[in-house]
Structure formats: C-alpha cells, structure tokens
Write a protein that binds this ligand. Structure first.
Ligand code: FAD
Length: 289
C-alpha cells in the first residue's frame, strides 16, 4: 500500500478526509455505503480516528483495511497510547503491519470518560513522542508517521512557543508530517507554521478544516478541545443556530472562504473533518480544488 509520504513527494497539495468508526451496527452499515460516494471525490488519502476507550477502537483497523483494500485509497490509522500498555501497543502495531497498513497518526489521546483520573505508569507511554519513537525504532521506514499539531497551542499547553517545541520533539523522534486541530482563523495556522519553521521544522503541516454544520455542537466541542471560536463565527451562526438549512449554507460559504485563504497562502492541502458526511464536503471540494 502507498505511504502518504510517497504522495507528498509527488503532490504539492493533498485533499484528505477524516472519518470516525460509527458506534452502532446500523451506523456502520450506513458508513460503508457512504464510502462509495467519498471514493468518487478522489481523496488523496483518508484517516480514521481511534476511540479513547470502548469497542470502536477495534473498528479503526477494520475501516482502514477495508478502504485501502476495496477502494485502493491510502489510509491512515490513528492510534492513541493512553490507557494501553506498551505491550498492547506493540500488538496493535504488529497487527497493522500484518494487514498491510503502513500509515499511522501517532497520538497520546485523552483519559477516557469512564477513567478520567488515569495516569501513565512505567508500562505506558506518557506522550505521543514516545509512541512515535517506539514505532520508528521498531519498524524503521515501514510506517509513515503523522502527528497532531495545535495552531492555538494544546488545551493543556496554551503557551504556543512551548507547544511548538513539543511538536518539534515529535518530528525529531521520527514523525513525518503534521495534521492540525481545527481552527477558524487562517492567521493562526500561518503563525503556527512560522513558529515551527523558525525552530527548523520542515515537515508538511496540513491544516485540519471543519465545515460548520451544527453551531451548538461546535461550541460544545471547542470548549473541550481548546480551539477558539472567533466573534465573526458567532455573529454568522448564532442567529441561525436553529435553522439547519441556513447553517449548512453559511457553513459551506465560510469553509470555502477559509479553505481558499489557506491554499492561496501556501497551505499544502486540506484535511477535512467530515463527521462521516459526504455533504457538504463534496460541494466545498468542488469549489476549491
Ligand atoms: C489531527 C488530530 C487527530 C486526532 N485524532 C484523535 C483520535 O483518533 N483519537 C483520540 O482519542 N484523540 C484524537 N485527537 C485528540 C488528541 O489525542 C488530544 O488532543 C490529546 O490531548 C493530545 O494528543 P497529542 O498526540 O497531541 O499528545 P502529545 O503530543 O503527547 O501532547 C499532549 C500534551 O502534552 C504536552 N507535551 C508534549 N510533549 C511534552 C513533553 N515532552 N513534556 C511535557 N509536556 C509535553 C503537549 O503540549 C500537550 O499539552 C486528535 C487530534 C488531532 C489534532
């Protein structure tokens, strides 16, 4: 299977999609049906998230395996090290290798809701850089390794300069590229890239973009992940929060403008947080590609 770093070697810009494993059997069946439509949009690669706990964890590898086998789309398996022992991580990565998966997004994750006080011990990894180093050390170049980046700083590390140094540490330990947390101000992304380039990071930094389809859900999600919502976004979406059709139209318009500004400013493509819905990503992609 193709590594995403091989795609980067051929393309200045990539357009990719993030999916999450549906929780129910019905949702899973619907998701598999929707994949044919996503395939029609010809993404350069896709990625699939890894649940911080629970049964959806096992689905990540199934989904990645399915997409790369059936659709021949290069696929990235997210992997979080939180709660797992090093032995378990070793087993999961060996399973990836066995299934021909060669792209991984190496993450720490957050303590699960049913075990919020979890703390790493000597048999666990504490930070994602340790997972990166482990994968690179044991599997050499088999995997292309991506990591998460936070243009506004991580929620536990709002000092943007310090967070950028932690990002550099992930690259130093073997990560190949970065996908960012969602953000709404292109300036935050460009400033972040500037901070990292000053530190000597040359890796590709792909902006993660979320088309807004649910204002109230967005406010809740951002309060958890630490991404800020600019006043302009509140001004546009709050008055129409209870009108799904208007939110959808405004979300498409906003995302097209944000995407164009990012691409025109030199971003190496876009990674769409699709929420497993082909619409409105289909419309946005047609406009900006
Ligand atoms: C693109 C993307 C995809 C994601 N996919 C998933 C997913 O599939 N599943 C999921 O559960 N979550 C996912 N997340 C969320 C992510 O797991 C959380 O944001 C988590 O809190 C941080 O993960 P990390 O890999 O950045 O952790 P780390 O890189 O380990 O950083 C965690 C915190 O520790 C700090 N830090 C890092 N290194 C050090 C150090 N050496 N010393 C002290 N402090 C340090 C950082 O600044 C940060 O505050 C994703 C996030 C993004 C942006």
């Amino acid at each position: 299977m193709v590594k995403v770093t091989d795609i980067f070697a051929q393309k200045d810009k990539t357009f990719s999609f993030e999916f999450f494993p549906p929780k129910t059997a019905e949702g899973y069946a619907r998701f598999l049906d929707a994949l044919a439509g996503f395939n029609g949009l010809k993404p350069d690669f896709i990625s699939c998230t890894y649940g911080a706990g629970g049964s959806s964890r096992e689905k990540t590898l199934d989904i990645v395996d399915h997409i790369q086998t059936k659709y021949r789309i290069p696929s990235v398996a997210h992997l979080t090290c939180v709660v797992h022992t090093k032995n378990e991580i070793q087993g999961i990565i060996a399973e990836m290798e066995r299934r021909g998966i060669c792209n991984v997004l190496a993450l720490r994750g957050d303590a699960p809701k049913d075990n919020p006080g979890w703390r790493p011990g000597k048999n666990n990894f504490e930070y994602s850089w340790e997972l990166v180093a482990f994968i690179r050390g044991h599997y050499d170049v088999h995997f292309s390794i991506g990591v998460a980046g936070f243009p506004e700083g991580h929620v536990l590390c709002p000092d943007r300069d310090l967070d950028a140094r932690y990002l550099k540490n992930k690259i130093t330990h073997g990560a190949d590229y970065v996908i960012t947390q969602l953000f709404f101000k292109p300036k935050d992304y460009f400033d972040y890239v500037g901070r990292l380039r000053k530190l000597g990071v040359t890796a590709r930094i792909i902006p993660g973009v979320l088309p807004i389809t649910d204002y109230k859900g967005l406010v809740h999600f951002c309060s958890l992940c630490g991404a800020s919502i600019p006043q302009q976004v509140h001004d546009i979406f709050k008055p129409i929060a209870d009108d799904p059709a208007k939110i959808l139209a405004a979300g498409i318009d906003f995302c097209i403008k944000q995407s164009r500004e990012l691409l025109q400013g030199g971003a190496p493509g876009l990674h769409f947080y699709t929420l497993n819905k082909i619409h409105p990503v289909d419309v946005i992609l047609k406009e900006i590609r």
